[in-house]
Design a protein around this ligand. Structure first.
Ligand SMILES: Cc1ncc(COP(=O)(O)O)c(C=O)c1O
Length: 407
């Protein structure tokens, strides 16, 4: 049997690179090569590959309890993770529902939002609003709430109809006329990742939040990408000083070691499900919901935040990003640069701008040949490095980008 790889047109791409081991920001490939992982392996890794503390925590947990059904059962790693996470989140976010990847965290949030209104006797509130250019995952629900793109083209007829807005004025107009049918709004706070690292201001985020509150619409912050320090704060919502009704977490939750996700909601949302009437329960779960190995990895990752100068590392990355982006901005090939925290993006001039831009076809192998894993989103080159990347290596990543643009 042969493997079918994700997000890969195997007819045109070279064979996948075989990785034998990872350490810090490096991936060691078969045949003795080494790559700097400048995108944290799809934005998941925080403290470096094979970090011994996380690896040991997983091994110890595997020797004790690797997995148990999470309906009717609980375990120490899940309980400890819930209590440790709550120290990093606003107290209003008090109930955590575990799943196993970013898309499922989003599916859960949307289903909870819709069932919340159903359970409190307002079933007509069943629609979800999303932002233009959004990306929330690849399952049918998460894909439906994501913007039209080459990823969704084949599924046009299958996607659930969602409402879409491009500005606060749009949202205000929509909610004024249709709030009676709208259950919730989902946003990627401050950074639309897969949409090309498009950024917007904390003021706009807090405006969206306020408009939703005004119109009885639940506000869902999808922090799957932005969570755990990526934007320079633990969570992107902190920049705007907002508390959403629900938050979706995954990717960096386990330091990038294990598939684990969480949808966290307020007590008010949870209470709509807590009832003598058993039919009002949330009938959703996955085989690996709350997997103990994932929880052990997440606890170890949070301990690293507590015991190591993680935000100092993030500040160093930010400084290098801003220095190097300022230089790149003056390059003729560059149409725009953007950054927030550890996320930096360089948008290139291209006649075919967008995810399928030919630039990507040329740039990706160039970067790999130069020892750097960068996976441009079409004509947008971005880096989101693990926080342990050295200054020298991050400068080298930028040197390679500059070299590619000078060709
Ligand atoms: C904001 C956001 N939400 C959800 C997802 C989906 O996560 P997963 O790939 O783990 O399903 C992603 C993945 O990139 C994402 O960036």
């Amino acid at each position: 049997m042969k493997i079918w790889h994700p997000y890969t047109q195997e007819a045109t791409e070279v064979a996948p690179v075989e990785v034998e081991r990872g350490e810090g920001a490096y991936l060691y490939t078969r045949g003795g090569g080494r790559l700097i992982d400048a995108i944290s392996s799809w934005w998941v890794n925080l403290h470096g590959h094979a970090h011994p503390l996380i690896a040991e925590a997983i091994a110890a947990q595997a020797a004790r309890l690797e997995q148990v059904i999470f309906a009717g059962f609980t375990h120490q790693p899940a309980e400890e993770l819930a209590s440790r996470l709550s120290k990093h989140l606003p107290p209003a976010l008090s109930r955590i529902f575990f799943s196993d990847n970013g898309s499922t965290a989003v599916e859960v949030a949307m289903k909870v939002a819709v069932q919340y209104w159903h359970n409190i006797g307002r079933p007509e509130k069943h629609r979800i609003v999303a932002l233009e250019n959004a990306y929330h995952g690849d399952t049918i629900g998460a894909m439906s709430v994501s913007a039209d793109s080459p990823f969704t083209a084949a599924f046009h007829k299958l996607r659930i109809p969602f409402l879409r807005v491009g500005s606060a004025a749009d949202l205000e107009r929509l909610l004024e006329s249709r709030h009676r049918e709208i259950a919730g709004m989902i946003v990627e706070p401050l950074v639309q990742g897969a949409g090309g690292m498009v950024m917007y201001s904390p003021e706009l985020l807090s405006h969206y939040r306020a408009i939703c509150a005004q119109h009885d619409v639940l506000f869902i912050a999808d922090e799957v990408f932005t969570g755990f320090g990526r934007t320079g704060r633990m969570f992107a919502c902190e920049h705007a000083r907002i508390v959403p009704d629900m938050m979706c977490l995954s990717k960096g939750l386990t330091g990038g070691f294990m598939p684990l996700a969480a949808t966290i909601c307020t007590e008010e949302v949870y209470q709509a499900f807590w009832n003598e009437d058993r039919s009002l329960a949330f009938f959703h779960g996955h085989s690996f919901s709350g997997n103990p190995l994932g929880c052990a990895a997440a606890i170890a990752s949070l301990k690293i935040f507590e015991n190591e100068p993680v935000f100092g590392r993030i500040a160093t990355i930010e400084k290098i990003h801003s220095e190097r982006l300022a230089r790149l901005e003056r390059t003729p090939a560059v149409s725009a640069v953007r950054m927030l925290g550890t996320i930096a993006a360089v948008e290139l001039n291209a006649p075919d701008a967008g995810y399928l831009s030919e630039l990507r076809v040329r740039l990706y192998p160039f970067f790999i040949r130069h020892g750097v894993l960068l996976r441009p989103l079409g004509n947008v080159v971005y880096t989101v490095p693990p926080y342990v990347i050295t200054s020298e290596d991050l400068h080298y990543v930028y040197d390679v980008i500059e070299k590619a643009l000078s060709l």
